[in-house]
Ligand binder design. Structure first.
Ligand code: C2E
Ligand code: MG
Ligand code: MG
Length: 671
């Protein structure tokens, strides 16, 4: 849109003024000619007749010139862009010439005019001035100049003529001239203002039209876009539906196995529990934990680990639909069994266990896994969904802890056990911090000399005034990770005590070392430190490692035993015969002594003898010494020594005693 400037507006107003005048000018020129002709011919007298004719001729010429100009405007300029200022100047010139012609009439013929002729002249001039004021209303000073030029000379002459009638007419003419001049100026202002408003209005209308057309354009564009939007809307809706479904899957499913993730499973559990309550049915929740998965992950890598998890998830699919199995995290899975009773839940859990136990063929690896499964019932055990998962987890943990093979159903007893265990765990933690654990020593006797060959350090703990057996708290310490701190303390304490034994300077000290402790990277460092701090001769130290633990991580066990032996520390295999170690496996391990388990000793007359003889044979083959544990009577001592056992340990000789009591016990031995 083109916006008019102020200058444009002035030009337009000038053009409008010119048009206003040109359109009415013919009438005024005709009137002027008529008036001039009447004055010359109507009042013709002999006097100055020719001069008047000349005057009339001049008037005609002026009117002719002005008519030509007007005609030119009509022909060439009207309705076009032209220089309006020039046109106005031409109009002004025409009027001034007309005014001058008319002013000449009284100047030239004043004396010869009869009174009636003078009055008529005054009437013509006044009418001329009045008409022109109206006609030139848009032309600010033109009417003023015209009035002054036409009326002033005649009025001045009339006033100064001394003729009474003419004086009054002159006076009237002056007043009329003044009034007309003011009216002309006022009319000019109003007319030009009106014209300006008109131009501005036209501008505004143009602007409005422009804006309207812009709005129309925008409207058109909008309706086009709207229809396009409508077109694509339906396909978009389908796309949104597709993506919503994808987002639902991504946010609900475990990306690896495609089973429900934690949050989605809990949601599903809530829904199923709600439906079970409504239909008055029970519901079983299985908490499934893989045994040995960590080992696969650590040894064969995460790719194999991932493939195993996917395969296990597939196997769970044999027992569950898409909505009833989930991955709780790591190697833990959950399964929902709606409508299940305890018996049926156990049966399904057993079937799941067997399915998981089937060999896995993953990336050319034949793998074997097992699963521990805990079961909790809704609403029997709890009505809270989160607690239901927790209780099933407790049951699973209990199965694992007790090394049971069958899935474990949650029970209040189990809960109490776990609670007691938890109390015990926190009690143990405090006891460690407050250094409330202490060692007892049980001698291992040399049959021939009847003197202690070694003293076995056995850990003791009193909790709430009651002694808790190491069989109970050591596994707890292993599970809770306290074993490293406890083990290091035991090793250190035993070495210091032994180094200070004045009564048994040649006797050894046997320290039980848990497999977890043995496999820790810093174990050898702990051992070195204990030897160094105590100043004990390394060969006086024995570490006892339970045979049943050798199955795990054979290579590391072998390396650690070698490192121990490299320091001249001796190694005993504890509880020998209980761990089903193969002879080929034992052959690769570096040890000095075999301790025959108490169970064979106490069953010596009921078949234990054969096992003891076999053990003695193996020990001989391996070139190591033997110790028999748990000897409680002379018969056992006699039989075992006759069979060739090197050392004997048991209540028959001494119960475990505190360090301070050893010398007293030794004294009693000599008596
Ligand atoms: P262990 O190393 O086989 O220790 C021998 C266990 O047999 C001791 O039980 C001892 O008191 C008991 N005993 C010895 N002679 C007889 C007997 O004639 N009759 C009977 N009935 N029992 C006898 P304790 O002290 O309860 O220790 C049990 C197990 O706890 C130990 O078996 C050992 O494996 C473990 N243990 C004890 N102290 C420690 C320790 O400081 N560290 C680690 N890792 N394990 C320890
Ligand atoms: Mg032992
Ligand atoms: Mg033992």
């Amino acid at each position: 849109m083109v916006i008019n400037t102020a200058q444009d507006n002035v030009t337009t107003i000038d053009r409008d003024s010119a048009q206003l005048i040109y359109k009415n000018i013919f009438g005024s020129m005709l009137g002027t000619l008529l008036a001039a002709s009447i004055l010359v011919f109507g009042f013709s007298s002999e006097q100055q007749y020719e001069s008047k004719l000349v005057w009339l001729g001049l008037s005609f010429i002026v009117i002719f010139v002005r008519s030509c100009d007007t005609f030119y405007w009509y022909q060439n300029l009207r309705g076009k862009e032209y220089n309006a200022k020039l046109a106005l100047q031409r109009i002004f010139a025409g009027y001034i010439m007309t005014a001058i012609i008319w002013s000449l009439y009284p100047i030239l013929f004043f004396e010869s005019l009869s009174e009636i002729e003078f009055a008529s002249l005054m009437a013509v001039l006044l009418a001329l001035a009045g008409g022109t004021t109206t006609l030139l209303s848009s032309f600010r000073y033109a009417s003023l100049i015209f009035i002054v030029t036409t009326l002033l000379p005649v009025c001045v002459m009339a006033l100064s003529s001394g003729i009474e009638n003419r004086f009054y007419l002159g006076m009237m003419g002056l007043i009329f001239a003044g009034v007309m001049s003011l009216a002309g100026l006022r009319a000019a202002r109003v007319t030009r203002e009106t014209m300006r408003l008109k131009v501005e209005n036209i501008d505004l209308i143009a602007k409005m039209r422009d804006e309207m057309s812009q709005i129309d354009e925008v409207h058109d564009e909008l309706s086009e876009a709207y229809s396009k939007l409508n077109e694509s809307n339906s396909s978009l809706e389908r796309e949104v539906e597709r993506r919503t479904e994808r987002i639902r899957q991504l946010s609900n499913l475990d990306p690896l196995t495609g089973l429900y993730n934690r949050a989605a499973f809990v949601q599903q559990l809530k829904l199923t529990a709600f439906n079970s309550t409504k239909r008055d049915h029970s519901l079983a929740l299985l908490f499934i934990d893989l045994n040995g998965f960590k080992n696969i992950n650590d040894t064969l890598g995460h790719k194999v680990g991932d493939a195993v998890l996917i395969e296990i998830a597939n196997r769970l699919g044999d027992f569950a639909n898409d909505y009833s199995a989930g991955r709780w995290g790591g190697d833990e899975f959950l399964m929902l069994l709606p409508y299940a009773q305890q018996e049926s839940a156990i049966s399904v859990a057993q079937a799941v266990q067997s399915r998981i136990a089937q060999p896995l063929d993953i990336m050319s690896n034949q793998l074997h896994l097992s699963a521990s499964i805990g079961i909790a019932m809704y609403p029997e055990h709890t009505k809270d969904e989160f607690e239901l998962i927790q209780l099933a987890d407790f049951a699973m943990f209990e199965q694992k802890r007790l090394h049971e093979t069958d899935p474990k159903m949650f029970s209040q007893d189990l809960y109490q056990n776990l609670k007691d265990l938890e109390d015990l765990r926190s009690g143990l933690q405090q006891a460690i911090a407050k250094k409330q654990l202490h060692l007892c020593y049980q001698p291992i006797m040399c049959f021939e000399t009847n003197k202690p060959w070694s003293y076995e350090a056995l850990l003791r703990w009193n909790f709430n005034g009651k002694p808790i057996g190491p069989d109970v708290f050591i596994p707890l310490a292993e599970q809770s990770g306290f074993i490293h701190e406890i083990g290091a303390w035991v090793l250190n304490r035993a070495c210091i005590d032994a180094s200070q034994w004045r009564h048994s300077q040649d006797a050894c000290v046997s320290v039980n070392v848990s497999i977890i402790q043995l496999l820790a990277d810093n174990f050898i460092g702990t051992l070195d430190k204990a030897i160094k701090t105590s100043g004990l001769a390394a060969e006086r130290l024995h570490v006892e490692i339970t045979e049943s633990m050798f199955a795990d991580n054979k290579a590391k066990v072998r390396a650690q035993l070698n490192a121990i032996k490299a320091r001249n520390v001796q190694v005993s295999i504890d509880d020998f015969g209980t761990g089903y170690s193969s002879l080929s496996q034992l052959q690769t391990l570096n040890f000095d002594t075999i301790k025959i388990d108490r169970s064979f000793v106490s069953n010596i007359s009921k078949g234990g003898e054969a096992i003891i003889r076999a053990t003695l044979f193996i020990a001989k083959e391996f070139g190591c010494k033997t110790v028999a544990e748990g000897i409680e009577n002379d018969y056992e001592a006699k039989v075992l020594s006759e069979m060739g056992v090197d050392y004997l340990q048991g209540f028959l000789f001494a119960k475990p005693m505190v360090n301070d009591d050893i010398s007293g016990w030794l004294d009693s031995l000599e008596k």
